[in-house]
Design a protein around this ligand. Structure first.
Ligand SMILES: Nc1nc2c(ncn2[C@@H]2O[C@H](COP(=O)(O)OP(=O)(O)OP(=O)(O)O)[C@@H](O)[C@H]2O)c(=O)[nH]1
Ligand SMILES: [Mg+2]
Length: 449
């Protein structure tokens, strides 16, 4: 699923990685390729147009994280826009205030309604609910038998109806009563399908809809039919009002166009995907996870997330100013160390950065977590004046600090030496030249090996 798209997008990002900075030209070339990749994945053309426009706008905007390289910035923008297109966050099922909650499962013939009803029932019962199932496919006795078999398989009860109950409305009414009486909090209604949307089917569904006001009306669509699935979802939504989509047969869909467009076209969220014939092959749809899967760059994405979470842009800028003005104090040194610790081991962090260039030696820098703890303890044992002016830390003060932090005078000496070196190194980095610009851009705290 999404394999081709994923591969193509990664090629675009790889090409951008070689570029020193984002320009209108290289961005346009990248956008052209992103556009092609999306169209080839069978994403709806209007959705593609929208997406490309927002990516262009964002990439030219001011609001870019300067801690990221140009290639990473584009990955971030594409990720953000993909997530937005897919629906920002996972859409959960809603439940009625008064149980039982009625959920209607609708869709075209053979799309996977009956199978998905069984899967959803199983998923619900695993998540603290007690569903009851009912089939209102009164035209084909075999269809109701099929649901009965599936229900037995997932060990959940079905409302079978009496011989007199031949109308869908009667079946649902009795099933709802039974659910209320037996303490079942959700009633899943599996409906009949048609080859095409026809007036008779719609009338029947509308009648059920009006009578029982289902909390969820889930449209089941076959992902392999691509844009046709999206079109019929849209049609059902206009005629009936759906609350979400279940896309089945994702296991057989290499392109993913329906999954990527259905939300933008219908305005209704994709709630679940079916990934096989077995009752377990069913999962809630998570836009962020899917976007990451499409981009397929786990390491770069997690690096972006870390940067977003942990690096306070303002703070980093302030730090840089201090360095240039020679105001980088021991306290700043301590804060930087803390920041490093928040980001995780420095080695792994550097490993995530694809293009260190001449700084690749830094990959060999080892930062010992215990060492950081010791340094922080030592700085904590200093007085404020000492932290702001390390020059006053004489022998007597060193002995006092060592005692206060449970370390040795040797440790304190080492720290002061490291601090002086870091200061010098950072100053030379930020002073200009390639390294300086590079570091200035990354704004990562650096340590001596
Ligand atoms: N591979 C795969 N097959 C699926 C999935 N969901 C359903 N199917 C298969 O699709 C076929 C049709 O599924 P049904 O659940 O009977 O479809 P339906 O919408 O109830 O069909 P009608 O009631 O005839 O309209 C069956 O062979 C299912 O096993 C899925 O996620 N993956
Ligand atoms: Mg069916």
């Amino acid at each position: 699923m999404f394999d081709n798209l994923s591969e193509k997008l990664q090629r675009v990002f790889k090409n951008l990685r070689g570029e020193g900075k984002l320009t209108a030209e290289n961005m346009e070339a990248a956008l052209r390729e992103i556009r092609m990749a999306l169209l080839e994945a069978d994403v709806h053309f209007r959705v593609v147009k929208q997406l490309i426009e927002s990516i262009r706008e964002k990439s030219m905007g001011e609001d870019v994280l300067s801690a990221l390289s140009p290639g990473q910035q584009v990955v971030k923008i594409v990720r953000d826009e993909l997530i937005k297109m897919l629906g920002s966050h996972q859409s959960r099922l809603r439940f009625a205030n008064e149980p039982p909650t009625v959920m209607m499962i609708v869709g075209l013939q053979g799309s996977g309604k009956t199978t998905s009803t069984g899967k959803l029932a199983k998923w619900l019962s695993r998540n603290g609910h007690n569903p009851l199932l009912v089939s209102v496919d009164v035209y084909r006795p075999a269809a109701r038998q099929q649901l009965a078999v599936i229900a037995r398989d997932v060990k959940l009860p079905i409302y079978a109806g009496t011989p007199e109950e031949t109308a869908p409305v009667d079946l649902v009414r009795s099933a709802r009563r039974e659910a209320a009486q037996t303490g079942r909090d959700v009633l899943l209604v599996d409906t009949a399908g048609r080859l095409h949307i026809d007036e008779q089917l719609m009338r029947e569904l509308r009648e059920l809809h009006e009578q029982f006001s289902p909390t969820e009306t889930l449209f089941v669509a076959d992902a392999m039919t691509g844009q046709d699935a999206v079109k019929s979802a849209d049609e059902f939504h206009k005629q009936l009002g759906i609350t979400g989509v279940i896309l089945t047969k994702m296991d057989g869909d290499a392109r993913g166009g329906a999954a990527l467009s259905v939300r933008s076209v219908t305005g209704q969220p994709l709630k679940f995907v079916g990934t096989g014939e077995k009752p377990d092959a069913f999962e809630p749809f998570h836009p962020d996870r899917v976007a990451s899967r499409i981009l397929g760059m786990g390491d770069v994405l997690s690096f972006i997330e870390k940067v977003e979470q942990n690096i306070d842009q303002k703070q980093a800028e302030e730090m840089q100013r201090k360095l240039i003005d020679n105001e980088f104090t021991l306290e700043d040194f301590r804060d930087q160390l803390r920041q490093i610790r928040k980001l995780g081991p420095l080695e792994s962090l550097l490993g995530m950065m694809p293009n260190l260039g001449p700084m690749k030696d830094l990959k060999n820098v080892k930062v010992d977590d215990k060492e950081i703890t010791r340094i922080v303890a030592i700085i904590d044992s200093m007085t404020e004046r000492e932290r702001f002016n390390h020059m006053i830390i004489n022998g007597a003060r060193r002995r006092r600090i060592a005692k206060g932090s449970g370390t040795s005078v040797q440790d304190v000496n080492n720290l002061l030496k490291q601090y002086a070196q870091a200061r010098k190194m950072m100053k030379s980095f930020t002073g200009g030249g390639f390294l300086g610009k590079r570091l200035g851009k990354l704004k990562l705290p650096m340590l001596q090996p």
